[in-house]
Write a protein that binds this ligand. Structure first.
Ligand SMILES: NC(=O)c1ccc[n+]([C@@H]2O[C@H](COP(=O)([O-])OP(=O)(O)OC[C@H]3O[C@@H](n4cnc5c(N)ncnc54)[C@H](OP(=O)(O)O)[C@@H]3O)[C@@H](O)[C@H]2O)c1
Length: 315
């Protein structure tokens, strides 16, 4: 099969497709015919830096998510040809991922789905919409009466969260740190230019999804109403942890702080997500589409920066 493999630091221009054997099925694992996959910052970090880490088995096929059909159900009880999505659990790091024609994946990270979306739109779903869904519903307990703030909305996750929040009926306030990108968040009810201080610039916020993360988190906590919840899901600000965080003083009285980590997908959450997408007729958006044969161009586009999700269709 065709696959992209890396064993050392690899920038987009150096990416090549190679021929490798189709993996052999084993108990507890299913063989998926990959029909498409979304690309993530996570794989760029792998290509640029993390590939040097001893825990990455080399060569490795990157890719932390995919959509496709069961090619060999092994002992899963699923049928050949069943439509599935898969994400996380060590994909593309501890074992080979999705940048290939086939992927051998552990049953507990593969989920059958009911959907009419085409492969490109479906490929925009697994990691991005699962994370948006988990952050908004599992963590923020989002209701249609809420005023939802999305901080750092000009990213794949931000665009997905705007789509979900609007479909639910919420008022959505989205921020960007670049004036030129304000039109990209026009689907939100309000667009705010974020200079690092939102307190006083947004009103009535009951739920906040923070994708900029620890760099501005204390300020996000000040921007929500009493009784409001802040979910820290992103690290776009480049700061990964909070130092000198004083919960007594930094979390305002009656404000709640939570965080979401996408490493634990379940069939129950995937079913709820697809029921919502189907009911609200949401077609996930993507910023650019490539094929597996043009994976080099896809990685180069990722290195340059694309507004929205990059999806790759495997023909
Ligand atoms: N918690 C989890 O389990 C989980 C799961 C998935 C993703 N994430 C995180 O969620 C965030 C979004 O992920 P994604 O895959 O949607 O990202 P993405 O589509 O790759 O978006 C990256 C873009 O975000 C933009 N951005 C917006 N606000 C920014 C800011 N304040 N500082 C720097 N860049 C900013 C940057 O473009 P401009 O600077 O031009 O605007 C950058 O090109 C990332 O931090 C990712 O690590 C977390």
């Amino acid at each position: 099969m065709k696959a992209m493999q890396i064993s050392a630091v690899t920038h987009g221009e150096a990416v090549r497709l190679t021929e490798v054997p189709i993996p052999t099925v084993k108990s507890g694992w299913v063989l998926v015919k990959v029909k498409g996959f979304g690309m993530n910052h996570s794989e760029q970090i792998l290509r640029y830096e993390e590939i040097k880490a001893p825990y990455i088995q080399k060569p490795v096929i990157p890719g932390i998510e995919c959509v496709g059909e069961i090619a060999d159900p092994s002992d899963s009880g699923w049928r050949q040809g069943q439509k599935v999505i898969a994400l996380m659990g060590g994909m593309g790091r501890s074992f080979d991922g999705s940048y290939a024609e086939y992927a051998l994946l552990p049953i507990h990270h593969v989920f059958p789905v009911e959907t009419q979306l085409d492969w490109a739109s479906l490929a925009a779903v697994p990691e991005t919409f699962f994370t948006a869904w988990g952050s908004l519903f599992e963590c923020l307990q989002l209701k249609k009466e809420d005023i939802l703030l999305i901080r750092g909305a000009t990213c794949a996750l931000g665009y997905a969260a705007i789509q979900i929040g609007k479909a639910l009926g919420c008022k959505v306030i989205a921020t960007t740190h670049r004036e030129a990108k304000l039109p990209l968040i026009a689907a939100a009810d309000e667009q705010v230019l974020d200079d690092g201080e939102l307190q006083g610039k947004v009103q009535g916020v009951t739920k906040a999804l923070d994708l900029v993360g620890p760099r501005n988190l204390k300020d996000t906590l000040l921007a929500v109403e009493k009784g409001g919840i802040v979910c820290d899901t992103g690290i776009l600000g480049g700061v990964y942890a909070l130092n000198n965080f004083d919960p007594i003083k930094d979390i305002p009285n009656g404000v709640y702080l939570t965080g979401f980590f996408s490493n634990y997908p379940t069939q129950e959450i995937v079913d709820a997500l697809f029921a919502f997408l189907n009911e609200k007729r949401i077609v996930p958006e993507y910023g650019a589409m490539f094929t597996l044969n043009t994976i080099r161009e896809a990685c180069m586009a990722q290195d340059k920066g694309v507004d929205g999700k990059i999806v790759v269709v495997v023909e």
